[in-house]
Design a protein around this ligand. Structure first.
Ligand SMILES: Cc1ncc(COP(=O)(O)O)c(C=O)c1O
Length: 365
């Protein structure tokens, strides 16, 4: 048996540290926006090389709050890729802005700058590329488009903790970056959590207020915000895990190289990386028109897989109000019909990865 993901392995190794973090928070008796959140924000900002970090309740809220803090809302449009995790688009809708979909690049499977340009219009205020699977989106071209059209760049870095492009951490390229600490992420909490990162102190202050009802003083509200605070327990757990993130990402990279070597010559595609990319290896998807057949074969051999993501955004019922039809974003549709993620997490053993490779080779033999 090779599980797609087994979070118990990581937590068994960290059990004592996590238990003492929990004790520490209980002993202090402060559970919301206390010392742990402040310290985790500082530590995460310094992990990304500086700037400001604001802890929030989830990655989805991190995106919504970033848009709200930039004054983007009803009447505005935000360009998003037609192939992403649905919460990227949910977050835009929650801000009141309208998501405008653009197709992905054939090779990287991330937002295509040429398509983003085509759908940008007078109401467009921002581009929201997603570093899908932890692979960098084509940021230099997207930034150029933002400069030409005077748009904000916001990064959905929810799958990209510790990844970089041209030596610069993902999440720090635009006006702000959003991270998720959903338990399955490269840096996962024992519950929900998220972070907004920005180099702009004023923007960070606005997110701090908006995550806390819109408060500017104990009993003073400047505007209507959300209740989206990171809680002390999650911050304490994440502080225990952050020092291991680099090592975990390296191990993910080793396993990804093992898979790449193992599947050489097989009719499986993998996403192309922009030059000078350092991915986070959040997921390891392969692409084949025989996806469902392959998934069933691997399941019969005791190997877990997952599909990220089976429906492109325009074919999700929730987004039917955007008025799209099948055929509108052919590259997104093709990716959604072919993607299959293989098991990839730091505690996966070499023998298990080899078992996956053997099964793949047998399937295509
Ligand atoms: C690309 C992407 N964006 C946004 C999110 C939303 O994050 P969360 O689940 O923490 O709200 C996720 C994770 O679920 C994600 O993978």
């Amino acid at each position: 048996m090779v599980d797609f993901l087994d979070l118990r392995r990581q937590h068994a190794l960290l059990r004592d540290r996590l238990a003492s973090a929990c004790e520490r928070v209980m002993a202090r008796g402060s559970f919301i926006l206390g010392e742990e959140v402040v310290l985790f924000e500082e530590e995460f900002a310094s992990f990304l090389g500086g700037g400001h970090a604001v802890g929030v309740a989830s990655g989805t809220d991190a995106i919504t709050l970033s848009l709200m803090a930039l004054g983007i809302g009803p009447g505005d449009e935000v360009v998003v890729p037609a192939f992403t995790a649905p919460p990227t688009v949910v977050a835009v809708c929650r801000s009141g802005a309208r998501p405008v979909l653009a197709d992905i690049e054939e090779g990287t499977l991330n937002l295509d700058p040429a398509e983003a340009e085509k759908v940008s219009g007078p109401r467009t205020r921002a581009l929201l590329p997603v570093h899908l699977y932890g692979n960098p989106a084509p940021l230099p071209d997207l930034i150029q488009l933002c400069e030409e059209r005077r748009l904000f760049l916001l990064e959905d870095a929810c799958q990209a903790h510790g990844a970089s492009l041209e030596g610069r951490p993902l999440g720090t390229w635009g006006a702000c970056g959003s991270f998720s600490f959903y338990p399955t992420k490269n840096l996962g909490a024992l519950g929900d959590g998220g972070m907004v990162v920005t180099g702009d102190a004023g923007l960070a202050a606005r997110v701090r207020s908006l995550r806390d009802y819109g408060r500017s003083g104990q009993h003073l509200l400047d505007e209507v915000g959300l209740n989206s605070r990171m809680d002390e327990l999650q911050a304490a757990f994440l502080r225990e895990k952050l020092p291991s993130l680099e090592r975990w990402n390296r191990r993910r990279g080793e396993l990804a190289s093992r898979y790449l070597r193992g599947i050489e010559g097989l009719p499986l595609q993998v996403p192309r990386l922009p030059t000078a990319s350092r991915p986070s290896y959040h997921l390891f998807p392969v692409f084949t028109p025989r996806r469902d057949e392959l998934a069933a074969y691997l399941r019969d051999r005791g190997i877990g897989t997952a599909v990220h993501y089976p429906l492109p955004i325009h074919l999700q019922p929730a987004f039917s109000f955007l008025g799209h039809r099948a055929g509108d974003f052919p590259r997104a549709e093709r990716a959604a019909s072919r993607a299959l993620s293989l098991p990839l997490y730091p505690e996966l053993r070499d023998e298990e990865a080899e078992e996956v490779v053997s099964a793949l080779r047998d399937f295509f033999s």
